[in-house]
Design a protein around this ligand. Sequence first.
Ligand code: CP
Length: 337
Amino acid sequence: MTRTPDEFPPFGPGRHLLSVQQLDSGLLSQIFELAELVDPIAAGTVRCTVLDGAVLGSLFFEPSTRTRLSFESAFLRLGGEVTTTTGFTFSSMAKGESIHDTSRVVSGYSDVMVVRHPDKGSVAEFAEASVVPVINAGDGDGEHPSQALLDLYTLTRELEARGKTIDGATVAIVGDLKYGRTVHSLMKLLTLASGITFRLFSPPSLELPLEIENYVAERGHRIIECDSAGDAVSGADAVYATRVQRERMTEEVLATANVSGNLLNRQILHDAGSEDIVIMHPLPRDSRHDSFDLSADVDDLPGLSIFHQTDNGLRIRMAIFLVAMGCSAEAVKAATK
Ligand code: CP
């Protein structure tokens, strides 16, 4: 029987990263320090060969732009090579091959694997069969640990730039809190800070799962349910908005949620007195008409941090590979010129 992601041991050299529950404060510091160290390598101003000869197996069975490309760029920037397959159609899973067999085979060709799959718990199944570390790049409505790491890294930096700390922060989280796996991972990861107040708003049927609510409350953090996105952002230091994950819900749930128009826009922030708030979103933003998402009319506000998140994603994913591959800061420095 496959273990649940949180039943795996703490992340580290040679270990899988499936859930943020495998992280602690020490690991967070290590990953964030490595992310700072690799900054010039990520920017392409210096070259690093620390992963010379290593191969990444990149398996994405769901659409992705930033997670796949930033994981792959991260490995290339560290001197490694990448082998990739996207979608079920172009792998032998289309011929009925199991997760177990696929994972065992590809892990024999790779030194580390990154996997995205539409089913919650499926990446843990890959990990059970793999002979190399597996990084969860999103498993259905389960978790997305690398996204949570880059989100927390960005949020911490944005707050520090404003003379604030993550400890004691008030964070509004608005949108689809039920199916948004980035929300689940981020809220759990934020419990490693102290005294977080979460101000939550979601449409009917898209509420935060009780499991996440309990996890946060048991660790001494506060959750305030709000009636609107405007109410949620009022008095908050930052807002994290998410799109409606239409691909994960039935037509019935979508009808009950009754989502249309803007989730969050400039007017709502203005009316709440929150135009200078830190604005985050895991992306993609649904730019189609009536998509119930973060409006592009906030894009020139000073707190817009969505592209800081995407840029930081490269650095954080480089750091994740360094930890999984057992590469120290000294090894990175020695292999950089
Ligand atoms: N945030 C995120 O996971 O984006 P992609 O789906 O484009 O990878």
